[in-house]
Design a protein around this ligand. Structure first.
Ligand code: FES
Length: 126
């Protein structure tokens, strides 16, 4: 399976407008994560932001297996070893850099990346 094209938040009913500051990178510790939820009426989208080895990765917070958020509570997205993103529902594990699932029930599938840019110490929607 090929990686999905990045999700453009402007195309999502509850998504923020292009150029919206999603979070400041210096608010995230190294290997720290954050869930961001945007709502508009009955629409909602959840994103996960993960710092990892000096880079920031943003994915739709939706497991390709059953569509649940990867986290069950809080901002913890890495496995216990801190090496991969993990879905807390059934334990699928994903490479942080690509979103590729290499272990678990959705092996071979990907998390959906989000179209963002990092500049001036922040992560902004495109
Ligand atoms: S919902 Fe994520 S592994 Fe099943």
């Amino acid at each position: 399976m090929r990686p999905p094209r990045p999700l453009e938040l402007d195309d999502v009913p509850a998504g923020p407008s292009p150029g919206t500051l999603l979070c400041r990178t210096d608010d995230l510790p190294e290997h720290g994560g954050r869930e961001l939820v945007f709502r508009d009426g009955s629409h909602q989208i959840s994103l996960l932001v993960q710092r990892f080895h000096g880079q920031t990765y943003v994915y739709e917070n939706r497991c390709p297996h059953a569509g649940t958020p990867l986290n069950l509570m809080g901002d913890r997205f890495l496995n216990i070893d801190g090496t991969d993103l993990i879905c807390r529902t059934h334990g699928a594990q994903f490479h942080v850099e690509t979103g590729y699932c290499h272990l678990g029930p959705c092996k071979g599938r990907y998390l959906r990346p989000v179209a963002v840019e990092e500049r001036d110490g922040g992560i902004y929607s495109l």
